[in-house]
Design a protein around this ligand. Structure first.
Ligand SMILES: Nc1nc2c(c(=O)[nH]1)N[C@H]1C(S)=C(S)[C@@H](COP(=O)(O)O)O[C@H]1N2
Ligand SMILES: [Mo]
Length: 320
């Protein structure tokens, strides 16, 4: 039964290919893509967002330009995995119904003092910057996004973990009344809320980003507003959206997908073209928007920054 559910989930080619066709059709129709991009980049909601004054944040050039074109917002904001709102990629309209203010984030577990922060108060305690990162979904499609956010390190500083803390456990909202995917039937319930985890050592690396915005604006709901994680060297499912809680733990957290399909989705989930998913190859990826197929890189090309984190862990399943 588990496997059947997973089957319904990740079918990389069939999900991505229609997008490619869709894109080409638009181009064939002679639509000015620039005009579409402008329209898509300016959602009406952004004006009312209390954090909109924080944008655009300065770009941190130390993280480069991804070496590939930035994927236009018209694609990344409308082709999303966000199972809380359904299992198709077209959840953007449904996600707009998520009330993102007021919004609180709880920091608890192995910390000096647990706290509950209003999201805009949290934003006041951190320094936002823009970073262009590659994103590689386990389904073998990819994108490049200029994210705005703050290093996970800054969150660790705010939390003040105790010496018992070894992991960070991230949790998404659970609101079945607004998120139809969380209202599953009797025999098909997912283990909501969505949970993900990383080690404290990973959290202290320079790369992981707490994301608050994209394309120089507050995040659209479809991409995980008001707060999500981005881990550019790991498969996309680790980059959890709609965060309401970060807990510091002594034990390794078990993630949402790991609970559903432990033989397919593990804790580490580092990108590796040479380690196939049990049901498909990870050698290449299809670029969202252009539809181009390109080789996948070890650690999604971020090995220089993160490979050292995994020294001595070679017996672990690092790449699933
Ligand atoms: N809460 C939550 N976070 C999530 C998901 C989800 O279904 N729910 N999907 C993951 C997957 S599989 C991917 S590829 C990315 C997609 O992020 P995007 O919609 O910004 O492209 O979000 C990840 N974070
Ligand atoms: Mo994904």
């Amino acid at each position: 039964m588990l496997i059947r559910r997973i089957h319904g989930w990740e079918i990389p080619e069939s999900r991505v290919t229609p997008e490619h066709i869709f894109v080409n059709r638009r181009q064939l129709m002679g639509l000015a893509t620039g005009a579409i991009a402008l329209a898509a980049a300016g959602p009406a909601r952004a004006a009312a967002d209390p954090s909109s004054g924080l944008y655009p944040a300065p770009r941190n050039a130390a993280f480069g330009d991804a070496g590939r074109p930035v994927t236009e917002a018209q694609y990344t904001t409308t082709f999303n995995n966000y199972y809380e709102f359904g299992s198709s990629k077209r959840i953007a309209a449904a996600a707009e119904k998520l009330p993102i203010r007021p919004w609180e984030v709880v920091i608890d577990g192995e910390v000096e003092k647990p706290m509950r922060l209003a999201i805009d108060d949290l934003f006041k305690q951190v320094k936002l910057e823009e970073r262009i990162y590659r994103h590689r979904c386990v389904e073998a499609w990819s994108m490049v996004v200029p994210w705005t956010g703050f290093p996970v390190k800054q969150l660790v500083d705010i939390a003040k973990p105790t010496s018992n803390a070894k992991f960070l456990r991230f949790e998404t909202f659970n609101m079945p009344d607004v998120a139809p995917g969380q209202k599953d039937g009797l025999f098909t319930s997912y283990p909501w809320p969505y949970v993900e985890g990383i080690t404290l050592a990973e959290a202290m690396n320079d790369l992981p980003l707490m994301v608050t915005g994209a394309y120089g604006k507050p995040l659209p709901n479809s991409m995980g507003a008001p707060l999500r994680l981005h881990l550019p060297w790991k498969y996309g499912f680790k980059s959890i959206k709609g965060l309401v809680r970060v807990s510091f733990t002594a034990e390794r957290p078990v993630s949402f997908w790991e609970t559903l399909g432990p033989t397919e989705y593990g804790f580490w989930a580092n990108v590796n073209p040479d380690v196939a998913h049990p049901r498909w190859s990870q050698e290449t990826e299809q670029v969202l928007g252009s539809g181009e197929r390109i080789p996948t890189l070890l650690y999604n090309g971020y090995g220089e920054q993160v490979a050292g984190l995994y020294k001595g862990l070679e017996t672990e399943k690092l790449f699933m």
